[in-house]
Design a protein around this ligand. Structure first.
Ligand code: ATP
Length: 316
């Protein structure tokens, strides 16, 4: 029984160490890449229990993903390995610190074959939070149906639903994404869009207008991610910009949003004031962009606390 349930596709990630076009890369360190497992690993590091579900190829890559996520302390006991489809792959190409391209080999992957009835309904019902990412519904019809089934189980059991849109325009069109994001957002208790995603969902441009439209007259908590500027929190009577933490040099911009989501979810589990949860989420996002890789920079609870203290505050 875990506090958080999440699910999606995690691929084998080949991330070169050099900043060069992929044509000129000869060596590819092998890692894992997947937004939902990033969130799961982030939460585990912060001291929470998390279950992650996926369907992987019964091949060396699928076993590598499974072992890696399990090795981080995430419960993977409901994951499936299939002989009928391969594990998805992903290559990153970094041309400059801010210029990152990704190449997917995930069409027809095992994860895209996930079915609603393969979800561990008991694990969802026993959790406190269901984390949904907007990548999973883009994988296939059956993956979308799996998302809606998970939401249905959570709703019937009073589980808090946290939705991170995670727009991936390589997987579907902006129009398709907008429709499905709004359908999922209508069921969510907490929505964590980037400003661009919020703008797509609402048609508004201004941060406050986006948040207001996403919340409507519901009690939803909206936190809009604003990169180095931090985030904007909108919840009932609380409306505030929460400043980000300065980063000396951005090494790898990917994965900050997942670390941020782990921070917000951790705050909800700890029943902290929302502003504090968002402040910690900002700190985690800042820590992640300073390190190469999606999961390498994810901090423990103690490490974020230290990071958030003003310089000199550690001295006795
Ligand atoms: P991702 O690239 O992982 O999809 P995202 O687009 O969802 O990320 P961002 O706004 O880029 O989200 O980053 C998430 C959070 O991480 C921000 O709200 C902020 O708190 C922190 N963050 C990101 N970039 C920086 C930065 N350059 N300096 C400081 N904090 C940052």
């Amino acid at each position: 029984k875990s506090e958080v349930f999440t699910f999606g596709e995690t691929m084998v990630l080949f991330q070169p160490e050099q900043m060069l076009p992929l044509e000129y890369i000869h060596q590819f360190p092998k890692k894992i890449g997947g937004a939902e497992s990033n969130v799961a690993i982030g939460l585990t590091r912060l001291g929470h229990s998390v279950s992650w579900f996926s369907k992987l190829g019964n091949d060396p890559f699928g076993r590598f993903v499974l072992k890696s996520v399990r090795g981080e302390g995430v419960d993977v006991s409901s994951c499936l390995l299939t002989d009928n489809a391969p594990t998805g792959l992903l290559f990153k190409e970094q041309l400059s610190p801010e210029d990152m391209n990704v190449y997917y080999y995930r069409k027809g992957s095992a994860a895209s074959m996930m079915q609603p009835e393969e979800l561990d309904a008991e694990a969802i019902a026993a959790a406190r939070i269901l984390h949904i990412s907007g990548i999973t519904p883009a994988l296939s019809e059956s993956a979308f149906a799996t998302v809606m089934k998970a939401i249905d189980i959570a709703k019937r059991n009073g589980i808090t639903i946290v939705f991170d849109p995670n727009l991936r325009l390589k997987l579907w069109s902006a129009e398709q994404a907008k429709k499905i994001f709004n359908e999922i957002a209508a069921t969510a208790d907490v929505i964590l869009p980037g400003l661009d995603e919020g703008q797509l969902m609402t048609g508004e441009t201004d941060v406050k207008a986006v948040a207001e439209k996403l919340a409507g007259d519901s009690e939803k908590i909206i936190v809009i991610k604003l990169g180095d500027k931090g985030a904007y929190l909108h919840a009932n009577d609380q409306k505030a910009y929460i400043e980000g933490f300065p980063v000396d040099s951005v090494v790898d911009p990917v994965g900050a949003g997942d670390g941020f989501a782990a921070g917000v979810i951790s705050g909800l589990l700890r029943e902290e004031p929302l502003e504090q949860a968002v402040r910690r989420a900002n700190a985690i996002g800042a820590m992640v962009v300073g390190v190469s890789g999606d999961i390498e920079g994810l901090p423990t609870f103690e490490a974020v606390e230290r990071f958030m203290k003003p310089a000199g505050a550690n001295r006795d």
